[in-house]
Design a protein around this ligand. Structure first.
Ligand code: NAP
Length: 395
């Protein structure tokens, strides 16, 4: 009998976290939800504790932790409640934890994901911001820590599935000529510049194919999500920017493709449901059921492809430029984007201000080398300050 694997889910109350628990619940003989974490929403976390009885539950804030602790005690549940960023790192690196699902949103996910990599865990990486901010540091931590890195983003998971085993020696050695990263194009794929300038948060939160948390949904609408994924693909697959091509594919059925030197193109297809990549990574190298229905090709009937338009969607261009620039440029891009998305959701800036704010922040903050984590934390803070001043000047 195989040993039950203990899983820490960072961000268990989010979209990826909930989908991960859904897959885990289907395989009680294989997986145990060992530690669950949230930011502040203790109601869904309490419900998860009732259902999964984890050893640890972590929240960021001390008051929220006290409330959760009291409620668990009243209900006779043994889950130990911890709080704060250090506790996130602790539950990511405990010796009894086998795998860590890194599904916190934004830069807040960086430290615990890094802790999991350094502790040599199987890291299921949904938090793309980790690789965008700290690509080299994180990949070094994976190598030196002896961790196994499995991408959760559906595109990178698809590429991982169709990439040959010798790809770590470089794309050329593996006979790969290009990575084709698919994108739905978001809800405004056909919108004019004029229409884009009028977009409201409610419209932007309405993604045509995927159900996701608010930040990534807005990133999908601006195409910044694809830009972040280009940077993620660069680090995961040692691909130079010229070897990564973005292809708009509105049906979101092909999750990405790999083009080989002999002209073959291998693709991974499936219904747009994150439980497929999650189950793939949890079960790897075995295949396990995910709860996702079979793909009905007759119902889909057609698959369309278009080139992206970086004039209407400048965020994609900005991400390519930040990747080319290297060093701390992607971390500046990421920080400015996080501030811009929050400001857009709070109705403080317009949709088309998002790329303007990011571009201005990239021009204002000096790019430097990344030697250690502290360099990234410092540039992240500086970029956030610059971006917030931009917003203050704008309102
Ligand atoms: N959703 C998708 O389909 C999808 C696909 C591919 C990749 N991803 C990536 O996966 C990550 C998670 O996305 P999501 O859509 O699941 O996000 P989400 O639904 O917004 O969930 C975010 C999770 O992170 C927690 N959290 C938020 N801020 C935190 C902080 N400062 N410190 C600690 N925990 C914090 C939240 O806790 P509370 O509930 O308490 O706020 C929640 O559990 C993102 O990096 C995203 O780009 C998502």
């Amino acid at each position: 009998m195989t040993k039950i694997q203990n899983i820490t889910i960072l961000g268990s109350t989010g979209t990826i976290g909930v989908n991960t628990l859904d897959v885990i619940a289907r395989h009680p003989q294989r997986f145990r939800a060992y530690a669950l974490t949230a930011n502040s929403r203790i109601e869904p976390l309490l419900e998860q504790c009732r259902q999964f009885n984890p050893v640890y539950a972590v929240v960021l804030n001390a008051d929220a932790a006290e409330t959760l602790r009291g409620q668990l005690r009243r209900e006779g549940l043994a889950t130990e409640v911890l709080c704060g960023p250090d506790a996130l790192e602790l539950v990511s690196s405990l010796p009894e934890v086998d795998a860590v699902m890194a599904a916190i949103v934004g830069a807040a996910g960086l430290r615990p994901a890094l802790a999991a990599a350094r502790a040599g865990k199987r890291v299921l990486l949904a938090n793309k911001e980790t690789l965008v901010m700290s690509g080299r540091l994180f990949m070094d931590a994976v190598r030196t820590g002896g961790a196994t890195l499995l991408p959760i983003d559906s595109e990178h998971n698809a590429i991982f599935q169709v990439m040959p085993a010798n790809a770590p020696d470089g794309l050329e050695a593996a006979g790969v000529s290009k990575i084709l990263l698919t994108a739905s194009g978001g809800p405004f794929r056909k919108a004019t510049m004029d229409e884009l300038s009028q977009v409201t948060p409610a419209q932007a939160l309405n993604h045509p194919n995927w159900v996701m948390g608010p930040k990534i949904t807005i990133d999908s609408a601006t195409l910044m999500n694809k830009g972040l994924e280009v940077i993620e693909a660069h680090w995961l697959f040692a691909a130079t920017p010229s070897k990564i091509e973005v292809v708009i594919h509105p049906q979101s059925v092909i999750h990405s493709m790999v083009e080989y030197m002999d002209g073959s193109v291998l693709a991974q297809l499936g219904n747009p449901d994150m439980r497929t990549p999650i189950a793939y990574a949890l079960g790897y190298p075995e295949r396990i059921s995910s709860g996702v229905g079979a793909l009905d090709l007759f119902k889909i009937a057609r698959l369309d492809f278009e080139a992206p338009d970086t004039v209407r969607f400048p965020c994609l261009r900005l991400a390519f430029e930040a990747l080319q620039r290297g060093d701390t440029a992607p971390a500046i891009l990421n920080a400015a984007n996080e501030v811009a998305v929050q400001a857009f959701l709070a109705d403080k800036i317009a949709f088309m201000d998002i790329p303007r704010l990011i571009e201005d922040t990239l021009c204002s903050v000096s790019v430097g080398e990344v030697l250690q984590l502290e360099d990234l934390i410092a540039v992240d803070q500086e970029a956030r300050q610059v971006a917030m001043s931009w917003i203050e000047a704008c309102v």
